[in-house]
Design a protein. Structure first.
Length: 184
């Protein structure tokens, strides 16, 4: 599997590479990707789960038992459940969000697609994401996986980052540009 040096340079990246290689060997790349997406959602929506992941006060055994129960209740694939147990035993659960991001990047690279981080003022609908993917594909010349986030401070429009390229059509940036121009 093709891995970039920047991913392997970080602790979370090394965990993601190991998980990705195990998933590839077990022909479970998509299943692990879906499980990690569910965990990403759980981290964003559940303050209790996020507290478990980031708290250094939770013992290894308690963290391992808890993530095993979480994996079972969420219906995660076996490999991801086992991986969570390894993170808990190694006291690396705090690395989970970064591992998920790195895995998403590795999976996109494996599929030959670009990855775009898109920030909007409101949650994008599936139709809007599909239209955005088509537009970005025309711009970069290959399929684009969209990681959509919401930031009300953008006021409207979008900010899309693909690799080292940024497309900023947010109302906040336009207002800041206008205010700067008016100052003369």
């Amino acid at each position: 599997m093709e891995t970039s040096g920047s991913i392997q340079a970080s602790l979370s990246g090394r965990y993601a590479v190991a998980l990705c290689e195990l998933a590839r060997d077990g022909k479970a790349l998509d299943a692990v990707g879906e499980s990690l997406a569910a965990l990403k959602t759980a981290l964003a929506e559940s303050s209790e789960f996020k507290a478990l992941v980031v708290s250094p006060l939770v013992s290894r055994d308690a963290a391992t038992k808890t993530v095993a129960a979480v994996a079972q209740s969420m219906g995660l694939d076996t490999l991801t459940g086992n991986f969570l147990g390894v993170l808990a035993q190694n006291r690396r659960l705090a690395q989970l969000p970064a591992v998920i991001r790195a895995y998403e990047t590795l999976l996109s690279n494996h599929r030959g697609e670009a990855r775009a981080e898109v920030v909007s003022a409101h949650k994008l609908t599936a139709t809007q994401i599909t239209a955005l993917q088509k537009s970005l594909k025309a711009r970069v010349g290959r399929d684009v996986a969209v990681d959509a986030k919401v930031d009300p401070a953008t006021l409207g429009g979008l900010v899309a980052k693909i690799g080292n390229q940024m497309i900023d059509s947010s109302i906040r940036t336009r207002l800041n540009t206008l205010a700067h121009a008016m100052k003369g």
